[in-house]
Design a protein around this ligand. Structure first.
Ligand SMILES: NC(=O)c1ccc[n+]([C@@H]2O[C@H](COP(=O)([O-])OP(=O)(O)OC[C@H]3O[C@@H](n4cnc5c(N)ncnc54)[C@H](O)[C@@H]3O)[C@@H](O)[C@H]2O)c1
Length: 306
């Protein structure tokens, strides 16, 4: 009897959740207010970090910006102030160092207060074939793109749990869902970031802290300079994303508590197919979509982070 009742409950709720999702294809989801929230963005000195800072600023948040690039940080802070942030603080922090993350996090807690929206955005890419990539760059990639997420969660999650209120935003990548030729260390770091964020999201639900939300962002290439030189084989199916568009989509996802954001929309189909197609057909599709040659013309940023 217990089995029948529980099965019926799951079937009915599944039906309702599907209807609800269908309705939201036409009716926008309710947006939450983030005015007054303390939003920390790592890697805010350029790219989508800077643009997300501008978007959050326009919603009246208190902004805490981190980066290793002091000049970039200053420019982002000016932009955030002009865009309407309640207050803006910025700190030089090398997220690849656990001690530095903990040190600057303590400073933020003293000078600003508890962070309620944490956006792990800082990221680097080696852009070399695995055997050509120096060990130091591989380690750095894991430290910035993955390990930094562990340490920032350790620093800021306790207050979110205590208040049962907060939002953890992980800027991962579509390379965190599907492997790419020539991006082995980056893919490994992003797969890890996705698995970590998803698991902590579940941990929050399991301990009854449903007020601590998770958003995991998996974009294809964005035109910020990080992947300069890379081209899309079929731009109509997989367009290189405009940074402003990407930042706005991320904000929309946070405001509507969306857990997964894949961009462009075709990525939902592609990542779904990866898990259900026979292997040979999956490889054929990957080749058709250019997954084997995506990194052939990679230049990246002129100045690399060592
Ligand atoms: N650009 C793309 O095509 C693309 C696609 C998918 C995902 N992403 C991800 O989006 C995020 C932002 O990328 P972007 O395109 O804006 O690139 P970007 O290079 O403009 O921004 C990355 C920022 O991180 C900072 N940073 C690097 N190492 C750091 C460190 N050790 N400590 C603190 N800050 C550090 C950089 O100074 C820079 O300001 C990254 O995590 C990236 O992996 C980018």
């Amino acid at each position: 009897m217990h089995f029948l009742l529980e099965t019926l409950r799951v079937l009915l709720l599944s039906l309702w959740f599907n209807i609800e999702s269908f309705i939201h294809l036409f009716v926008p989801r309710r947006r939450k207010s983030v005015a007054g929230e303390v939003v920390l963005i790592t890697g805010a000195g350029s790219g989508i970090g800077r643009l997300m800072a501008r978007e959050f600023a326009s919603l009246g948040t208190v902004l805490v910006l981190w980066d290793i690039n002091q000049e970039g940080l200053k420019e982002s802070a000016v932009l955030a102030r002009e865009s309407g942030a309640a207050r803006v603080y910025f700190y030089v922090c090398d997220c690849s160092s656990k001690t530095e993350v903990y040190r600057v996090a303590d400073q933020v807690k003293r000078e600003v207060g508890d962070v309620s929206i944490l956006v792990n955005n800082a990221g680097i890419v080696t852009g070399k074939k695995f055997m050509d990539a120096p060990d130091s760059l591989i380690e750095k990639t894991m430290e910035v793109n993955t390990m930094a997420h562990f340490w920032t969660y350790k620093a800021f999650l306790p207050a979110m749990i205590a208040n049962n209120h907060g939002h953890l935003v992980s800027i991962a990548s579509s390379a965190g869902l599907i492997g790419v030729n020539g991006l082995a260390d980056y893919c490994a770091s992003k797969f890890a970031a996705v698995g970590f964020a998803e698991s902590i999201g579940l941990e929050m639900l399991a301990i009854g802290k449903s007020g601590v939300k998770t958003t995991i962002v998996c974009p294809y290439f964005i035109n910020t300079g990080m992947f300069d030189g890379c081209q899309s084989k079929w731009p109509r199916v997989l367009p290189i994303l405009d940074p402003d568009y990407a930042a706005k989509k991320i904000l929309e996802a946070v405001l509507t508590d969306q857990v997964y954001v894949l961009m462009p929309r075709s990525m939902y189909m592609i990542s779904g197919l990866k898990n259900i197609l026979p292997m040979k057909q999956g490889l054929l599709l990957g080749e058709y979509l250019g997954a084997f040659n995506m990194m052939d013309n990679f230049k990246g940023r002129a100045k690399k982070q060592e």
